[in-house]
Design a protein around this ligand. Sequence first.
Ligand SMILES: C[S@@+](CC[C@H](N)C(=O)[O-])C[C@H]1O[C@@H](n2cnc3c(N)ncnc32)[C@H](O)[C@@H]1O
Length: 267
Amino acid sequence: MLTQKGNSYPLKKSLRYLSIIMLFLTAIMAAKQRQSIEEWEKKTFLKQPPEKVMDTAGIKPGMVIGEVGAGRGRFTMHLARRVGPNGKIFANDIDADSLAYLRERCKRAGITNVKTILGEEIDPLFPKKSLDMIFMVWVYHYVKQPLPLLKNLPQSLKPGGTVVLVEPKPGLVYEGQDQGISPERMRRDAEQAGFTLVRTEKYLQEDFIFILHLSDQPVTFTQIPQIFPPTYTNHVGLGNFDGDGDPDVFVSFYGDGSNSIWLNDRK
Ligand SMILES: C[S@@+](CC[C@H](N)C(=O)[O-])C[C@H]1O[C@@H](n2cnc3c(N)ncnc32)[C@H](O)[C@@H]1O
Protein backbone atom coordinates (compact mmCIF):
# COMPACT_ATOMS: atom_id res chain seq x y z
CA MET A 1 0.00 0.00 0.00
CA LEU A 2 1.18 3.45 -0.83
CA THR A 3 0.42 4.75 2.66
CA GLN A 4 2.71 2.19 4.30
CA LYS A 5 5.87 3.48 5.90
CA GLY A 6 8.50 3.85 3.29
CA ASN A 7 6.04 4.46 0.45
CA SER A 8 4.21 7.63 1.72
CA TYR A 9 6.81 10.02 0.29
CA PRO A 10 5.93 9.39 -3.41
CA LEU A 11 2.20 9.88 -2.59
CA LYS A 12 2.83 13.22 -0.86
CA LYS A 13 5.01 14.29 -3.74
CA SER A 14 2.36 13.33 -6.32
CA LEU A 15 -0.34 15.21 -4.38
CA ARG A 16 1.86 18.29 -4.24
CA TYR A 17 2.44 18.12 -8.00
CA LEU A 18 -1.27 17.60 -8.56
CA SER A 19 -2.23 20.64 -6.49
CA ILE A 20 0.37 22.78 -8.30
CA ILE A 21 -1.07 21.65 -11.65
CA MET A 22 -4.62 22.38 -10.39
CA LEU A 23 -3.61 25.87 -9.25
CA PHE A 24 -1.90 26.49 -12.56
CA LEU A 25 -4.97 25.33 -14.53
CA THR A 26 -7.31 27.44 -12.36
CA ALA A 27 -5.12 30.50 -12.96
CA ILE A 28 -5.12 29.86 -16.74
CA MET A 29 -8.92 29.43 -16.77
CA ALA A 30 -9.43 32.62 -14.72
CA ALA A 31 -7.14 34.56 -17.08
CA LYS A 32 -9.02 33.20 -20.11
CA GLN A 33 -12.39 34.13 -18.54
CA ARG A 34 -11.08 37.64 -17.77
CA GLN A 35 -9.81 38.02 -21.30
CA SER A 36 -13.10 36.99 -22.92
CA ILE A 37 -15.17 39.20 -20.56
CA GLU A 38 -12.98 42.21 -21.17
CA GLU A 39 -12.89 41.67 -24.94
CA TRP A 40 -16.70 41.48 -24.96
CA GLU A 41 -16.83 44.71 -22.94
CA LYS A 42 -14.61 46.49 -25.47
CA LYS A 43 -17.11 45.57 -28.20
CA THR A 44 -20.05 46.89 -26.17
CA PHE A 45 -18.23 50.17 -25.63
CA LEU A 46 -18.31 50.84 -29.37
CA LYS A 47 -22.06 51.34 -28.90
CA GLN A 48 -21.92 52.84 -25.40
CA PRO A 49 -18.71 54.92 -25.29
CA PRO A 50 -18.18 55.26 -21.54
CA GLU A 51 -16.58 58.73 -21.54
CA LYS A 52 -19.41 60.17 -23.65
CA VAL A 53 -22.10 58.44 -21.59
CA MET A 54 -20.49 59.76 -18.37
CA ASP A 55 -20.33 63.29 -19.84
CA THR A 56 -24.05 63.11 -20.67
CA ALA A 57 -24.81 61.86 -17.16
CA GLY A 58 -22.80 64.76 -15.67
CA ILE A 59 -20.34 62.60 -13.75
CA LYS A 60 -17.55 64.67 -12.22
CA PRO A 61 -14.56 64.18 -9.89
CA GLY A 62 -15.53 63.97 -6.23
CA MET A 63 -19.05 62.63 -6.81
CA VAL A 64 -20.52 59.80 -4.73
CA ILE A 65 -22.41 57.44 -7.03
CA GLY A 66 -24.53 54.36 -6.42
CA GLU A 67 -24.47 51.97 -9.35
CA VAL A 68 -27.40 49.53 -9.44
CA GLY A 69 -26.70 46.19 -11.15
CA ALA A 70 -22.99 46.88 -11.57
CA GLY A 71 -22.41 43.26 -12.57
CA ARG A 72 -18.73 42.51 -13.12
CA GLY A 73 -17.95 46.21 -13.28
CA ARG A 74 -18.04 47.00 -16.99
CA PHE A 75 -18.97 50.61 -16.23
CA THR A 76 -17.85 50.66 -12.58
CA MET A 77 -14.17 50.86 -13.51
CA HIS A 78 -14.79 53.94 -15.65
CA LEU A 79 -17.00 55.57 -13.00
CA ALA A 80 -14.35 54.97 -10.34
CA ARG A 81 -11.63 56.59 -12.44
CA ARG A 82 -13.85 59.57 -13.34
CA VAL A 83 -14.90 60.39 -9.73
CA GLY A 84 -11.27 59.96 -8.62
CA PRO A 85 -9.79 59.66 -5.14
CA ASN A 86 -12.20 62.19 -3.60
CA GLY A 87 -15.25 60.38 -4.95
CA LYS A 88 -16.74 56.99 -4.29
CA ILE A 89 -18.74 54.30 -6.08
CA PHE A 90 -21.18 52.05 -4.23
CA ALA A 91 -21.48 49.14 -6.68
CA ASN A 92 -24.64 47.12 -6.09
CA ASP A 93 -25.85 43.83 -7.51
CA ILE A 94 -27.89 40.85 -6.35
CA ASP A 95 -25.32 38.44 -7.78
CA ALA A 96 -22.55 37.75 -5.26
CA ASP A 97 -20.25 36.09 -7.84
CA SER A 98 -20.28 39.16 -10.09
CA LEU A 99 -19.43 41.37 -7.11
CA ALA A 100 -16.56 39.04 -6.13
CA TYR A 101 -15.22 39.35 -9.69
CA LEU A 102 -15.58 43.14 -9.47
CA ARG A 103 -13.68 43.32 -6.16
CA GLU A 104 -10.84 41.24 -7.61
CA ARG A 105 -10.86 43.41 -10.73
CA CYS A 106 -10.56 46.61 -8.69
CA LYS A 107 -7.69 45.09 -6.71
CA ARG A 108 -5.90 44.17 -9.94
CA ALA A 109 -6.36 47.70 -11.30
CA GLY A 110 -5.37 49.41 -8.03
CA ILE A 111 -8.83 50.99 -7.65
CA THR A 112 -9.69 51.70 -4.02
CA ASN A 113 -12.80 53.91 -4.20
CA VAL A 114 -15.33 51.16 -4.98
CA LYS A 115 -17.40 49.49 -2.27
CA THR A 116 -19.58 46.55 -3.35
CA ILE A 117 -23.06 46.08 -1.87
CA LEU A 118 -25.03 42.84 -2.20
CA GLY A 119 -28.56 44.20 -2.49
CA GLU A 120 -32.09 42.86 -2.32
CA GLU A 121 -34.40 42.44 -5.32
CA ILE A 122 -36.17 45.78 -4.81
CA ASP A 123 -33.66 47.58 -2.58
CA PRO A 124 -30.00 48.21 -3.46
CA LEU A 125 -29.30 48.91 0.26
CA PHE A 126 -27.32 52.07 -0.48
CA PRO A 127 -26.53 54.32 2.49
CA LYS A 128 -29.32 56.84 3.10
CA LYS A 129 -29.19 60.44 1.80
CA SER A 130 -25.60 60.05 0.67
CA LEU A 131 -25.51 59.79 -3.13
CA ASP A 132 -25.11 62.54 -5.72
CA MET A 133 -26.27 60.16 -8.43
CA ILE A 134 -27.65 56.70 -9.01
CA PHE A 135 -26.47 55.19 -12.26
CA MET A 136 -27.64 52.03 -14.01
CA VAL A 137 -26.80 50.56 -17.36
CA TRP A 138 -28.91 47.78 -18.89
CA VAL A 139 -30.58 47.11 -15.58
CA TYR A 140 -34.06 48.66 -15.49
CA HIS A 141 -35.38 46.48 -18.34
CA TYR A 142 -33.65 43.45 -16.82
CA VAL A 143 -34.77 43.43 -13.19
CA LYS A 144 -37.91 41.52 -12.13
CA GLN A 145 -39.58 44.45 -10.31
CA PRO A 146 -38.29 47.69 -11.83
CA LEU A 147 -40.89 50.10 -10.41
CA PRO A 148 -40.62 48.95 -6.76
CA LEU A 149 -36.82 49.22 -7.14
CA LEU A 150 -37.10 52.76 -8.56
CA LYS A 151 -39.39 53.74 -5.67
CA ASN A 152 -36.66 52.77 -3.22
CA LEU A 153 -34.04 55.06 -4.74
CA PRO A 154 -35.04 58.56 -3.49
CA GLN A 155 -34.16 57.66 0.13
CA SER A 156 -30.47 57.26 -0.82
CA LEU A 157 -30.09 60.50 -2.77
CA LYS A 158 -28.86 63.81 -1.43
CA PRO A 159 -31.14 66.78 -2.20
CA GLY A 160 -30.66 67.60 -5.88
CA GLY A 161 -29.52 64.06 -6.65
CA THR A 162 -30.21 62.48 -10.02
CA VAL A 163 -30.83 59.03 -11.46
CA VAL A 164 -29.34 58.17 -14.85
CA LEU A 165 -30.44 55.06 -16.74
CA VAL A 166 -29.03 53.66 -19.99
CA GLU A 167 -31.68 51.35 -21.42
CA PRO A 168 -32.36 49.68 -24.78
CA LYS A 169 -34.62 51.52 -27.19
CA PRO A 170 -37.84 49.69 -28.06
CA GLY A 171 -37.24 47.09 -30.76
CA LEU A 172 -34.78 44.92 -28.85
CA VAL A 173 -36.73 41.67 -28.92
CA TYR A 174 -35.57 38.84 -26.65
CA GLU A 175 -37.49 35.63 -26.04
CA GLY A 176 -40.42 37.06 -28.01
CA GLN A 177 -40.65 40.18 -25.86
CA ASP A 178 -39.65 43.75 -26.61
CA GLN A 179 -37.10 44.56 -23.90
CA GLY A 180 -36.85 48.24 -24.76
CA ILE A 181 -37.95 51.11 -22.51
CA SER A 182 -39.83 53.93 -24.22
CA PRO A 183 -39.59 57.53 -22.94
CA GLU A 184 -43.36 57.36 -22.21
CA ARG A 185 -42.92 54.30 -20.00
CA MET A 186 -39.91 55.91 -18.29
CA ARG A 187 -41.85 59.12 -17.65
CA ARG A 188 -44.78 57.20 -16.14
CA ASP A 189 -42.58 55.04 -13.92
CA ALA A 190 -40.45 58.01 -12.87
CA GLU A 191 -43.53 59.97 -11.78
CA GLN A 192 -44.87 57.05 -9.77
CA ALA A 193 -41.51 56.77 -8.00
CA GLY A 194 -41.26 60.48 -7.11
CA PHE A 195 -39.02 61.58 -9.99
CA THR A 196 -39.39 63.75 -13.08
CA LEU A 197 -37.92 62.64 -16.38
CA VAL A 198 -36.04 65.81 -17.31
CA ARG A 199 -34.10 64.59 -20.35
CA THR A 200 -33.97 61.70 -22.79
CA GLU A 201 -30.76 61.51 -24.84
CA LYS A 202 -31.21 59.61 -28.08
CA TYR A 203 -27.79 59.76 -29.73
CA LEU A 204 -26.71 56.19 -28.90
CA GLN A 205 -27.51 53.72 -31.65
CA GLU A 206 -29.38 51.21 -29.48
CA ASP A 207 -30.00 52.87 -26.13
CA PHE A 208 -31.72 55.84 -24.56
CA ILE A 209 -30.09 57.73 -21.72
CA PHE A 210 -32.77 58.85 -19.25
CA ILE A 211 -32.06 61.57 -16.69
CA LEU A 212 -34.40 61.78 -13.71
CA HIS A 213 -34.55 64.41 -10.97
CA LEU A 214 -36.37 64.13 -7.67
CA SER A 215 -39.78 65.76 -8.17
CA ASP A 216 -39.86 67.82 -4.99
CA GLN A 217 -36.66 69.76 -5.60
CA PRO A 218 -36.62 73.15 -3.88
CA VAL A 219 -36.54 76.14 -6.23
CA THR A 220 -32.90 77.06 -6.67
CA PHE A 221 -31.25 80.42 -7.13
CA THR A 222 -30.63 79.58 -10.78
CA GLN A 223 -34.32 80.40 -11.19
CA ILE A 224 -33.84 84.06 -10.29
CA PRO A 225 -36.40 85.77 -12.49
CA GLN A 226 -35.52 89.40 -11.86
CA ILE A 227 -32.51 91.46 -10.84
CA PHE A 228 -33.12 95.19 -10.62
CA PRO A 229 -30.46 97.52 -12.04
CA PRO A 230 -28.08 98.93 -9.42
CA THR A 231 -29.53 101.99 -7.73
CA TYR A 232 -29.14 103.64 -4.34
CA THR A 233 -31.25 100.75 -3.05
CA ASN A 234 -30.79 97.41 -4.84
CA HIS A 235 -33.43 94.70 -4.75
CA VAL A 236 -32.91 91.14 -5.90
CA GLY A 237 -36.06 89.14 -6.54
CA LEU A 238 -35.78 85.39 -6.09
CA GLY A 239 -37.89 82.35 -6.82
CA ASN A 240 -41.33 81.68 -8.16
CA PHE A 241 -42.53 79.36 -5.45
CA ASP A 242 -46.27 79.91 -5.92
CA GLY A 243 -46.03 79.68 -9.70
CA ASP A 244 -47.54 83.13 -10.41
CA GLY A 245 -44.49 84.20 -12.40
CA ASP A 246 -43.41 86.93 -9.94
CA PRO A 247 -40.45 86.81 -7.59
CA ASP A 248 -41.62 85.74 -4.13
CA VAL A 249 -38.62 86.71 -2.02
CA PHE A 250 -36.75 90.01 -2.25
CA VAL A 251 -33.37 90.75 -0.81
CA SER A 252 -32.84 94.51 -0.48
CA PHE A 253 -29.46 96.21 -0.07
CA TYR A 254 -29.71 99.81 1.20
CA GLY A 255 -27.32 102.69 0.70
CA ASP A 256 -26.40 102.77 4.43
CA GLY A 257 -25.02 99.20 4.22
CA SER A 258 -28.04 97.56 5.85
CA ASN A 259 -30.12 94.92 4.12
CA SER A 260 -33.35 93.01 4.56
CA ILE A 261 -35.19 89.98 3.20
CA TRP A 262 -38.90 90.23 2.62
CA LEU A 263 -41.64 88.09 1.15
CA ASN A 264 -43.71 89.22 -1.76
CA ASP A 265 -47.09 87.60 -1.10
CA ARG A 266 -49.08 89.77 -3.51
CA LYS A 267 -50.78 87.55 -6.06
C1 LIG B 1 -27.50 43.05 -18.20
S1 LIG B 1 -26.58 43.04 -16.75
C2 LIG B 1 -25.82 44.66 -16.78
C3 LIG B 1 -24.57 44.72 -15.95
C4 LIG B 1 -23.80 46.03 -16.02
N1 LIG B 1 -24.58 47.14 -15.56
C5 LIG B 1 -23.34 46.28 -17.43
O1 LIG B 1 -23.81 47.24 -18.06
O2 LIG B 1 -22.49 45.55 -17.93
C6 LIG B 1 -27.82 43.23 -15.49
C7 LIG B 1 -27.27 43.16 -14.08
O3 LIG B 1 -28.34 43.47 -13.17
C8 LIG B 1 -28.22 42.61 -12.07
N2 LIG B 1 -29.54 42.58 -11.40
C9 LIG B 1 -30.64 41.86 -11.72
N3 LIG B 1 -31.64 42.14 -10.87
C10 LIG B 1 -31.16 43.06 -9.99
C11 LIG B 1 -31.72 43.76 -8.87
N4 LIG B 1 -32.97 43.55 -8.50
N5 LIG B 1 -30.94 44.62 -8.20
C12 LIG B 1 -29.66 44.83 -8.60
N6 LIG B 1 -29.07 44.22 -9.65
C13 LIG B 1 -29.82 43.34 -10.34
C14 LIG B 1 -27.77 41.30 -12.66
O4 LIG B 1 -27.22 40.45 -11.67
C15 LIG B 1 -26.75 41.79 -13.68
O5 LIG B 1 -25.48 41.92 -13.11
